[in-house]
Design a protein around this ligand. Structure first.
Ligand SMILES: [Cu+2]
Length: 113
């Protein structure tokens, strides 16, 4: 007959190991990047990221802005003053992006690693 105490201890240990492994992977693999949209410019304008990283675009201007890819594959919604949007990077993020309302505002994303 199985000893119930031993069995419970085994299950608890297995769950703990799984949780630690999952957290370790998340920390090792993804980086959070922040781009502030200020004075009609993306700051920093050019960033290097990895697939799986996140980029948070925050609008510090009174005017609304977007971050929209030239290729049309990704884009934030309209960001009003102090609004932000976090996007998870896919390989489609490589290349230039701009603001739909002010097309002279430009930034670029380089995928590394
Ligand atoms: Cu704009």
């Amino acid at each position: 007959m199985t000893n119930p105490i031993t069995r419970r201890a085994f299950i608890a240990t297995t769950l703990t190991v799984a949780a630690v492994a999952q957290t370790g992977v998340a920390l090792a693999q993804s980086t959070e990047h922040a781009v502030e949209i200020k004075s009609f410019a993306f700051q920093p304008a050019d960033i290097k990221v990895k697939v799986g990283d996140t980029i948070t675009f925050t609008n510090a201007d009174g005017a609304p802005h977007t971050a929209t890819s030239k290729s049309g594959t990704w884009g934030t919604k309209r960001l009003n003053r102090r609004k932000s949007e976090t996007m998870t990077v896919t390989k489609d993020f490589a290349g230039e992006y701009f603001c739909k309302f002010h097309p002279n505002m430009k930034g670029s994303i380089t995928i590394v690693g």
